[in-house]
Design a protein around this ligand. Structure first.
Ligand code: C2O
Ligand code: CU
Ligand code: CU
Length: 513
């Protein structure tokens, strides 16, 4: 249990103190029952709050380099009205600014750690030198500054930055150490998509949080929470509960980041309207895909455009697919909707609809259209690969052996050495009964197939995080294009943060070929 106790700082101890009480509850009742009960409190409709839009930070250009100044510090936030909880934020009490940068430019980020504990800041989705990655090896000690610099190679998209503290990522992200990054580029600018930040182009960091009976933020450290990942019973978007956004008419672009520690979401519009899916983790798809529902696992992002030209209000809602080792796991069809699993049970948890964001358009009717082509790139061609590596994700008995290829994360072990520029197939298999979002640093990969079947629309473009369902195998095509370092590794891991912290993570170096 030791690894779950954060040894220093903040008021985290107080945050954790009530965990014992929660533990009893979680042991006695099945999780779904607890969730259902609490969430009735959480979605009692007590007021609507206007959606907080994170500050936009474009840095300052100094001698041709875009420079950002970020300070990571302790803050406070009222998750329940009138009850302050200790948090972590970047230039803010909780979460942080949206960093905006352009493809092709050089950036430098000065990060001051003003916490009483160590932290790291990782640039999720970026290809960059290992020393700039912000993984567990780039620890920023309390009171010190870290100043990585790199060239932005990414296609325009929504990326994010977050804590990657060794064995402490879950609690630090949960406390607020996470925020969006917008990369823009000429290819996308030429398309005339909605792109006015905070107006018709908004980031949605979707997170669930658990509060104790006094209304303070709680990070449970029960066996159950470690194994299943921490799931809260209240939904916050950019830190806002019961969020409402006043939009114009016309098209609205939502950049959705599942920034939750463990919860998966199936997003949809309340009236069943279609959304146009335009981008995945690593940028625009080849064309818009009309979808009615969108599944995102922790770490994944997607961009959808919704049509508000009629001026009618609508809501983004979600259900949460069950991701448990319970009753029916491992039937090879992946995780199922809670409704399917719980049908007939009267615990209020089945098909529970989570309110994500209410959207209220105002203004004159404005019709708008989307381009029919977005980006051009070829389908992945597995024949270019010169080798295949296989990664088997497992949880061991009762989640006590979180591992990849039988090994738990060891800071001193390099698990894979990959030649730079070499096309490879990475075959990710899941031997456990939970679905795991598998994330690879320093790459945007393509999905070749999933259990032999063609990828879904969300997986037809560039990805850095991909769901691997129980007993399923997903094949990825990738290469690390540029940076080498024989000593400093990058990570691959499950993005359920409690699984990552418990060791479902490995290290690779990219070496000269
Ligand atoms: Cu988003 Cu290795 O992390
Ligand atoms: Cu990452
Ligand atoms: Cu996992």
């Amino acid at each position: 249990m030791d690894r779950w106790v954060i040894s220093t700082g903040l008021d985290r101890r107080a945050l954790l103190r009530t965990a014992g009480t929660a533990a009893a509850g979680f042991m006695v009742f099945p999780l779904s029952a607890c969730e259902a009960r609490n969430s009735l409190l959480g979605s009692d409709g007590a007021g609507a709050n206007s959606l907080v839009i994170p500050q936009r930070d474009q840095g300052t250009v100094e001698l041709g380099v875009r420079v950002f100044r970020l300070s990571v510090s302790a803050g406070q936030k009222e998750f329940a009205p009138g009850v302050a909880s200790p948090t972590i934020g970047v230039n803010a009490p909780y979460l942080g600014p949206t960093l905006e940068m352009r493809r092709g430019e050089r950036v430098r980020l000065h990060i001051d750690n003003e916490l009483p504990e160590g932290a790291t800041v990782h640039w999720h989705g970026f290809e960059l030198p290992a020393a700039a990655d912000g993984g567990p090896h780039q620890l920023i000690r309390p009171g010190t500054r870290w100043s990585p610099t790199f060239e932005v190679r990414q296609r325009a998209s929504l990326y994010w930055y977050h804590s990657h503290l060794h064995r402490g990522t879950g609690p630090q992200v949960y406390a607020g150490l996470a925020a969006p990054i917008y990369v823009r580029d000429d290819e996308e600018d030429a398309l005339d998509l909605p792109s006015e930040y905070g107006v018709d182009d908004i980031p949605l960091i979707v997170q669930d949080r658990l509060l104790d009976s006094s209304g303070r933020l709680l990070y449970p450290q029960t066996m159950h929470a470690q194994m299943m990942g921490v799931r809260g019973d209240r939904i916050f978007v950019n830190g806002t509960q019961n969020a409402v956004f006043d939009a114009g008419t016309g098209l609205l672009r939502l950049r959705i980041l599942n920034g939750s520690n463990a919860r998966f979401y199936d997003f949809s519009l309340s009236g069943g309207q279609t959304m146009q899916l335009v981008a995945s983790d690593g940028g625009l798809l080849q064309r818009p895909h009309p979808i009615r529902s969108l599944r995102l696992a922790p770490g994944e992002r997607a961009q959808v455009i919704i049509d508000l030209s009629e001026g009618r209000p609508l809501s983004l809602v979600a259900t949460s697919p069950d991701n448990s080792m319970s009753m029916m796991g491992g039937d090879g069809r992946g995780i199922m909707r809670r409704g399917m699993m719980n049908r007939g049970r009267d615990d209020g948890g089945a098909d529970e609809v989570l309110r994500i964001l209410e959207i209220r358009p105002q203004g004159a009717h404005r019709s708008a259209t989307l381009p029919t082509r977005l980006a051009s790139f070829a389908a992945p061609d597995p024949s270019v690969a010169v080798r295949t590596r296989r990664f088997v994700l497992d949880m061991g008995m009762m989640g006590g052996g979180m591992s990849i290829n039988g090994a738990s994360m060891d800071m001193n072990v390099i698990n894979e050495r990959v030649p730079v520029g070499q096309w490879e197939i990475w075959e990710i298999a899941n031997a456990s009964m939970m679905a795991h979002p598998f994330h690879i640093h320093n790459a945007q990969f393509r999905v070749i197939d999933r259990g032999g079947r063609a990828p879904s629309p969300l997986e037809t473009g560039f990805k850095d995080t991909v769901v691997v369902n129980p007993r399923e195998q997903v094949r990825l095509l990738l290469r690390f294009e540029e940076h080498t370092d024989p000593d400093l590794p990058y990570m691959y891991h499950c993005h359920i943060l409690e699984h990552e912290d418990a060791g479902m993570m490995g290290q690779f170096v990219v070496v000269k070929s």
